[in-house]
Design a protein around this ligand. Structure first.
Ligand code: GTP
Ligand code: MG
Length: 136
């Protein structure tokens, strides 16, 4: 089965939506294989979002993702990466369809509640960043 990294971002934790996100992942049929509440160091955030280092919003993105505790999850299941991205909805929560997590619970692109790895390569890199040594 495939694995992916999911983050319930600091807005999700502060708004009390951790259980809601985990419920939706579980109801979809994904299995939790790791979970941790933590506040990211700036360096970890910059590595995680390294592909966006040259974007104008990078500073804000790092500031936000380090602003408070987040919940990092590894979930597993058939086509877990695509399945999770579908549950999340598109990046801009106003464009995300109702029924998706972002579509149901968010309004601002910078505070869109969740992250999910976007490819097998990203998933491998991100799982190793958050949970080094996690057993297959
Ligand atoms: P992640 O799962 O968080 O990686 O989101 P994504 O894959 O749907 O989007 P992407 O990787 O392109 O962007 C990463 C994050 O940067 C997004 O989730 C947004 O929170 C943030 N972001 C993207 N575009 C903008 C923007 O134009 N302005 C601001 N402030 N934030 C943005
Ligand atoms: Mg992304």
């Amino acid at each position: 089965a495939e694995r992916t990294l999911v983050l319930v971002k600091p807005d999700g934790v502060s708004r009390g939506l951790v259980g809601e996100v985990i419920s939706r992942l579980e109801r979809k049929g994904l299995t939790l294989v790791a979970a941790e509440l933590r506040t990211l160091e700036k360096a970890t955030a910059e590595t995680h979002y390294g592909e966006h280092a040259s974007k104008p919003f990078f500073g804000e993105l790092v500031e936000f993702i380090t602003s408070g505790p987040l919940v990092a999850l590894v979930v597993e299941g058939p086509r877990a990466i695509e399945g999770t991205r579908g549950l999340m909805g598109v990046t801009d929560p106003v464009k995300a369809v109702p029924g998706s997590i972002r579509g149901d619970y968010a309004l601002e692109i910078g505070q869109n509640l969740v992250h999910g790895s976007d490819s097998p390569e990203s998933a491998a890199r991100e799982i190793d960043l958050f949970f080094p040594g996690l057993k297959g």
